[in-house]
Design a binder for this molecule. Structure first.
Ligand code: GLN
Length: 472
């Protein structure tokens, strides 16, 4: 398959008439069809994508401005509401759902001339770490089809690795952009909580959900973030951005103060992953960074904390799927109560049900203090420990995941899947930005290194990641 150029180059070529948006859409759709065996894509939006491409090409012919992402095709995880097809969240309960409006993220990309061509597979409702929990199909890892691509944005990560489009959108509630980026060998960027609007994205755990790009380079990821970032009246948790682009270089790699998170190198880390990340750290030292080990004592509690708070929020967010307002309805039900019960029992998959039960349990009056409240206390401790770390270091680093991509079917015990998130959930619980960069391979499988920065330091984080990418 042909490789895509940098996003800024593609857009420039469209603006100057070197290529047409229609050709790019065609190229992307062809690539999607030719690689259907990976099961990365749930649906394509052919007719809408062609129509938009034609409009863009006509505007260019008339000499009009078509924006910074002129004619650039992209793929959205299927939990983004979009026109031109269905939005399923890879769940049966939304199997036939057509969105009445589009996510702000999609609107912003379209306003700059980008074209959404397809919707990518995910773990249903983004609950998972391997994209095996999709109600429809399992996406395969582009580097080894017997393995998972990572999750929950596995379709998006695989699609980008397979060059189906220059970039894709994902969501990251506990690691779902970074983990598939690590397993599939692409760049995954999780912005500061609130920097990108969540309006029009199927909610998982609202206090940690973020939206971000999966791309082939940090430069592309920074450009997409620059288009997405900013306050949105439709999402009250969004924060203001300043006017400096996220593509701007701020701060040099040389002299940067970097903390290596000790807890991430403890038992359980695959030796190959450990060695690859350590080699990268040695390269950073040679490049003149100021690297030291740092301990965040509460970090080993982060996973347990996440798996109390996340299901609590999930159980609340999924209560809207009652079979009455939208999504699947059991038409055979005899009364309202039976309709609620059977629509939800049939429509939700096993993992969604598991999370509804755990969430309802930890929020129930008898157990609220023992679980939910305790987890919130741990979350505050983590926020304080990260803030303290960032008073000494500009960036914190470690592996993105304890292993490389695992075999399809090998993590059928949900706890094994949950453990995969051990290194990613910290950034979600504390709202900080984090990136996964491909830094090497073990047995031909990609390894990701995670870099984190303090809240709202997205520009500095992208800038340092870009410099690291150059010396690898
Ligand atoms: N793997 C994590 C979970 O299952 C994170 C999912 C996500 O970030 N959407 O909850």
């Amino acid at each position: 398959m042909a490789k895509w150029k940098l996003i800024s180059t593609i857009a420039e070529e469209v603006r100057t008439g070197k290529v047409t948006a229609s050709d790019l859409v065609e190229q992307s759709l062809r690539s999607i069809k030719a690689q259907s065996e990976y099961q990365a894509i749930i649906s394509t939006m052919e007719s809408r994508a062609h129509k938009r491409a034609k409009e863009i090409d006509e505007k260019i012919a008339r000499g009009e401005d078509v924006g910074r992402l002129a004619g650039v095709p992209f793929i959205a995880k299927d939990n983004f509401l979009t026109y031109g097809g269905k939005t399923t969240a890879a769940s049966n309960i939304l199997g036939n759902f057509e969105a009445p409006y589009q996510a702000t993220a999609i609107e912003k990309l379209e306003a700059q001339g980008a074209i959404c061509v397809a919707k990518a597979n995910l773990d249903a409702f983004a609950h998972g770490s391997g994209t095996e929990n999709s109600d429809f199909m399992v996406t395969k890892n582009p580097h080894d089809t017997s393995r998972v691509p990572g999750g929950s944005s596995g379709g998006s990560a695989a699609a980008v690795a397979l060059e189906m489009a220059p970039f894709a959108l994902g969501t990251d509630t506990g690691g779902s952009i970074r983990l598939p980026a690590s397993f599939s060998g692409v760049v995954g960027y999780k912005p500061t909580y609130g920097l990108v609007s969540r309006s029009g994205v199927v909610a998982m755990a609202s206090s940690t959900d973020v939206i971000g790009p999966l791309a082939r380079s940090t430069e592309d990821a920074a450009l997409v973030l620059d288009v997405l970032a900013g306050k949105d009246p439709l999402d009250s948790t969004t924060i203001d951005r300043d006017s400096v682009p996220y593509t701007e270089q701020t701060g040099l790699l040389k002299g940067a103060k970097i903390g290596v998170i000790k807890e991430y190198f403890d038992d359980g880390l695959d030796p190959g992953v450990k060695k690859t990340v350590q080699n990268t750290i040695d390269t950073l030292k040679k490049a003149g960074t100021d690297v030291h080990e740092i301990s965040l004592p509460s970090l080993p509690l982060a996973l347990a904390c996440y798996y109390v708070l996340c299901p609590a929020e999930v159980s609340s967010n999924l209560s809207r799927y009652d079979g009455q307002r939208y999504g699947y309805t059991d038409k055979k039900a005899k009364n309202l109560h039976e309709s609620y019960e059977s629509s939800r029992s049939t429509g939700f998959g096993t993992e969604a049900k598991r999370r509804i039960m755990i969430g309802t349990y930890v929020l129930s009056s008898g157990y609220y203090d023992a679980y939910y409240k305790k987890a919130q206390i741990v979350r505050t401790k983590l926020i304080n420990e990260f803030a303290e770390a960032f008073s000494k270091y500009d960036f914190l680093i470690g592996p993105t995941a304890p292993t490389t991509a695992y075999k399809i079917g090998s993590h059928s015990n949900p706890l094994d899947q949950y453990l995969t998130d051990i290194m990613t959930v910290g950034a979600n619980l504390t709202g900080i930005p984090a990136i996964s960069l491909p830094v090497g391979k073990v047995d031909n499988l990609p390894v990701g290194m995670q870099i984190m920065a303090d809240q709202k330091q997205d520009r500095a984080l992208l800038s340092i990641a870009k410099q690291i990418e150059r010396i690898l």
